[in-house]
Design a binder for this molecule. Structure first.
Ligand code: PGA
Length: 259
């Protein structure tokens, strides 16, 4: 495997699942325990805030599955009604947090300067950030995809203490998210290679060790094509991550691929 990078299979549950669903997830996890023994494959789930604490407690019996949150605020505490702080996420056992998911960029209107603050705060609190980037369809149609992701990555410029350990980049073309239309392996590889090139601004070693995930309509039927590309270090999976059999099937295919 290139540069000691692992394959990361991350499930973003988005605004889905109730207490009963996550109980079901845990019992399916129990049945699929053997699926999680590969040291080269790392699995994490990103449930909604309402399930984080419960899942954190239940995942103690499955230390191979890590926990992440889907968003955070950039202050540690205070009068910010409705927000959740990095310190609070760390406190209940979160390892990761998503920042800049396209649904937050485009539905909620989060901009680069806000995302920079969120990344900084998360890193300072000891969380690992999955920083999501990706172009919209009209940007790809106008051949602006490289320019778009390069601008999105510039939100990381100037953030101290970023390492290839505490940062993961997820390339998620907006036109592929939840649409059933995934990027081809070749399109993902082209973009991931470019992202790695851009990240050399930090250092060649940083870029080489950085995990870059692909996201957008990943399922068991296309995981092999996507993940077999040299610069694709895993997948951020939405819809297929809450169909438990499908999620476990994806993990077992990745296990086989990495040996
Ligand atoms: P999808 O979502 O797999 O449902 O396309 C991916 C994501 O938004 O992270």
């Amino acid at each position: 495997m290139t540069s000691g990078r692992k394959k990361l299979i991350f499930g973003n549950w988005k605004m889905n699942c109730l207490v009963a669903d996550q109980a079901n997830f845990i019992s399916e996890l129990e049945k699929n325990r053997s699926n999680f023994a590969n040291p080269s494959v790392k699995v994490a789930v990103f449930p909604p805030f309402t399930l984080l604490n419960l899942l954190s407690i239940q995942l103690k019996q499955f230390p191979v599955v890590e926990l992440g949150a889907q968003d955070l605020f950039y202050e540690n505490k205070g009068a910010y009604t409705g927000e959740i702080s990095p310190v609070q996420l760390k406190d209940i056992g979160c390892e990761y947090v998503l920042v800049g998911h396209s649904e937050r960029r485009h539905l909620i209107g989060e901009k680069d300067d806000l995302l920079s603050k969120k990344v900084s705060a998360a890193i300072d609190a000891g969380l690992k950030v999955v920083f999501c980037i990706g172009e919209k369809l009209e940007q790809r149609d106008r051949n602006l995809q490289l320019e778009t992701v390069s601008r999105q990555l510039s939100a990381l410029t100037g953030i101290k203490n970023l390492t290839a350990e505490n940062l993961v980049v997820a390339y998620e073309p907006v036109w592929a998210i939840g649409t059933g239309r995934n990027a081809t392996g070749a399109q993902a590889q082209e973009m991931h290679k470019y992202i790695r090139e851009v990240m050399k601004v930090r250092s060649s070693q940083f870029a080489e060790e950085l995990h870059i995930l692909y996201g957008g309509s990943v399922k068991s039927a296309n995981i092999e094509e996507i993940i077999s590309k040299p610069d694709v270090d895993g997948a951020l999976i939405g819809g297929a991550s809450i169909v438990w059999n499908e999620f476990f099937d994806i993990i077992s295919k990745v296990n086989k691929l990495v040996g």
